[in-house]
Design a protein. Structure first.
Length: 138
């Protein structure tokens, strides 16, 4: 899978990663550090990563749901390491769902659930400061 992610990232198409954060299985600081290091070293700081909330279901009813604070900690850590587009996933209306300009810090994509409420970009650039934002915008 890692080779596939690496190849897709190099191909120039839009790629986003989703990491389902499951309590006791992959929510340790060591795993987070390894993931952030791999992303930065192998595919770069502009590939979005979504740290997604786990809800007990089917055969994992014995595990608790992921705490929102854990997802926030993961997002903040990834961004502190240099990942520019890290998100809190599966938590509707959380501020970590929005996209912020890495240069001026203003909200460039405001989301509500799966819907875009506000798009503050012009031709792939931040409407506020003009920074080019990686992605497919046309």
């Amino acid at each position: 899978m890692l080779n596939n992610i690496r190849q897709i990232a190099k191909s120039g198409v839009h790629l986003e990663l989703v990491n389902l954060v499951v309590p006791t299985l992959n929510d340790s600081e060591k795993m987070l550090d390894g993931l952030a290091s791999w992303i930065l070293g192998e595919i770069g700081p502009d590939v979005p990563i979504h740290f997604t909330r786990f809800h007990p279901d089917y055969q994992l009813l014995n595990l608790p749901e992921t705490q929102i604070a854990t997802l926030e900690r993961f997002r903040n850590y990834a961004m502190s390491k240099g990942i520019r587009f890290a998100y809190v996933g599966n938590v509707p209306n959380h501020p970590g769902n929005h996209t912020y300009c890495p240069q001026c810090g203003k909200t460039i994509i405001k989301r509500s659930s799966i819907f875009v409420e506000e798009l503050n970009m012009t031709r792939g650039n931040c409407k506020f400061c003009g920074k080019s934002i990686p992605g497919v915008w046309e």
